[in-house]
Design a protein. Structure first.
Length: 140
């Protein structure tokens, strides 16, 4: 049996995942992190993107997080997400609509929009679509 680490993925609404994993991949602020059991402690902000939890050699579960914090301890990985969902539960039509609306808002020079908010919405929608695309390519 291989070594494992306790992983908890939670959002403001609910706990999304809690269990043991062989490895965790997370979209940290400075790039993707691969976390194994007994990893050095760290705290990092998360970018919108996919968190992958390798439960076993044959099973990897994918989750979308819109951002948040990652805390790593040698025997515990905690993802505190602004919002989180199982990758397979992403609504592709809603993500495409959000992407189109954000792009339209950014392109409308006459409107009084908050560009930072529009850019964040665009980034989140694009990462949801990328997460869905990766999920389909893996055949999960």
């Amino acid at each position: 049996m291989s070594m494992t680490v306790q992983v908890d993925i939670v959002s403001a609404e609910q706990e999304i995942f809690s269990g043991l994993a062989e490895m965790v991949f997370a979209p940290a602020e400075l790039g993707e992190l691969g976390i194994t059991p007994r990893h050095a402690p760290l705290i990092s902000r998360l970018n919108p993107g996919e968190v992958r939890v390798k439960v076993s050699e044959t099973e990897t579960q994918a989750y979308f997080v819109s951002g948040g914090l990652l805390e790593v301890q040698p025997h515990l990985v905690t993802v505190l997400a602004d919002t989180a969902m199982r990758a397979k539960d992403i609504d592709e039509a809603a993500a495409l609509q959000a992407k189109a609306e954000a792009e339209e808002a950014l392109n409308d020079k006459a409107s009084k929009i908050d560009y930072a908010t529009a850019q964040a919405q665009l980034a989140q929608a694009m990462m949801q679509l990328r997460t869905l695309d990766r999920l389909r390519k893996r055949g999960s």
